[in-house]
Design a protein around this ligand. Structure first.
Ligand code: DX5
Ligand code: ZN
Length: 227
């Protein structure tokens, strides 16, 4: 079964499973399925970021419980060593950080594996660092927190970079989704859409709420108001 990302540029809500109950992950994912476009899978290696989360075995297990597009955010120093394992486990898109280097070959490797290709930039990484690759990727992830943990505060000073990216994508008619990740909730959702993002990752604003499904719907409504 081919799992599609959907039309580039469309508004998408991508719950981050990092904030879910890992002891009942399949239940947590199924509970919000009706309000989920993509599922954001945060992979942390304890080296690129000071935290360790999950790897291909969990993606493989989760694949049996969800038909959603798995948007794997590889916060890893050597993502190239694991792209094939994630693809085999059922990942649909893999996003690598420009900060780890070797970007051009990572993009080529991911593309040759048939993955949808994403490139991520930390809040303090200037747009100029990712601009040369925009024509080669399907997604640009602009972090609105420093990666490593959920539940951090939204960094509004990343918005000019989001707008710059949106302008570049539109001016060059590029087929690139612009994703934001970190501190997204009903308050910040309209801000990031206004700035030019179309894929919104939210972890604690969904899974740390008493009614995750309703919380995801509220973020979508808040984001839609800004469209
Ligand atoms: C942080 C991760 C984010 C994080 C988002 O390194 O990449 O996806 O889980 O969590 P919230 O939405 O709680 O900031
Ligand atoms: Zn993430």
């Amino acid at each position: 079964m081919t799992i599609e990302a959907g039309p580039t540029g469309a508004l998408r809500i991508a719950p981050s499973i990092l904030a879910a109950d890992f002891g009942a992950l399949a239940d947590a994912v199924r509970a919000i399925d009706a309000e989920t476009d993509w599922l954001h899978v945060d992979v942390m290696d304890g080296h690129f970021v000071p935290n360790v989360s999950i790897g291909p075995p969990v993606v493989q297990s989760l694949r049996r419980y969800s038909s959603r597009f798995f948007d794997c955010h590889l916060m890893m120093s050597e993502p190239g060593r694991y792209l094939e394992a994630f693809k085999d486990a059922g990942a649909n898109g893999c996003t690598v950080h420009v900060e780890v280097g070797g970007t051009a070959s990572l993009i080529r490797d991911a593309r040759s594996l048939g993955l949808r290709v994403g490139l991520a930039a930390n809040p303090d990484t200037p747009f100029e660092k990712v601009a040369p690759y925009l024509g080669d990727v399907d997604l640009l992830l602009l972090m609105t927190v420093f990666p490593g943990f959920g539940g951090q505060s939204f960094m509004g000073d990343v918005m000019p970079k989001v707008t710059l990216a949106r302008r570049e994508v539109e001016d060059n008619a590029l087929e690139v989704d612009i994703e934001v990740d970190g501190g997204i909730d009903v308050r910040t959702a309209p801000i990031v859409v206004e700035a030019g993002a179309n894929v919104l990752v939210a972890g604690s604003a969904i899974f740390a709420r008493p009614e995750p499904l309703e919380a995801a719907r509220a973020i979508r409504v808040a984001a839609t108001l800004a469209e």
